[in-house]
Design a protein around this ligand. Structure first.
Ligand code: HEC
Length: 139
């Protein structure tokens, strides 16, 4: 193997790993979220727990069953549909929708609104962290 060849092999491995890096890496907004949840006493965030909570049904005071998947799809790589307005909601997974979870204010605003609607209360820091682990696919 000559020098040029070695360089090419090296580049194909290195550049290849760079191309995949953004899918797995955290965004500054989600880093800030996890730090915030930890400062509120939460720890050991679990994607598995987040996944279970994503489809967990809670009976509202009006008697209907509600969950995150009343509006978002259970498969987070697929678009959802708002249960009232019937508007399409873009997929939640950043692997197919890179605009997701890039703005901490937006994340918090919707956590608050959606937890209150779906579960009749705000989500805890632990629950929000578990959701974010599941939704972002971050390790
Ligand atoms: C009544 C419909 C509805 C329900 C139920 C719902 N959501 Fe949402 N959610 C929305 C809408 C609408 C948006 C904003 C539009 C968008 O971001 O595509 C949104 C956005 C979000 C965002 C912001 C994503 C980002 O890009 O920053 C998060 C986080 C979120 N929802 C989490 C949840 C969780 C967790 C639950 C269950 C506890 C839930 N949602 C239930 C309608 C809903």
């Amino acid at each position: 193997m000559n020098y040029k060849h070695a360089l090419m092999v090296c580049c194909s491995i290195f550049c290849g790993s760079l191309a995949f890096a953004p899918l797995a890496s955290a965004s500054p907004a989600t880093d800030a979220e996890f730090a915030q949840f930890k400062s509120e006493g939460a720890s050991k965030f679990s994607a598995e727990q987040g996944k279970q909570n994503w489809t967990k049904e809670v009976t509202s005071k009006d008697g209907d069953k509600r969950s995150c998947t009343s509006c978002h799809d259970a498969d987070i790589t697929k678009p959802g549909k708002h249960n009232k307005t019937k508007k399409v909601i873009d997929p939640m997974s950043p692997s197919v929708n890179p605009d997701r979870f890039t703005d901490q204010k937006k994340i918090e605003k919707w956590f608050k609104r959606n937890c209150e609607w779906a579960w009749g209360r705000e989500c805890t820091a632990q629950e929000k962290g578990d959701f974010l682990k599941f939704l972002t696919g971050e390790k």
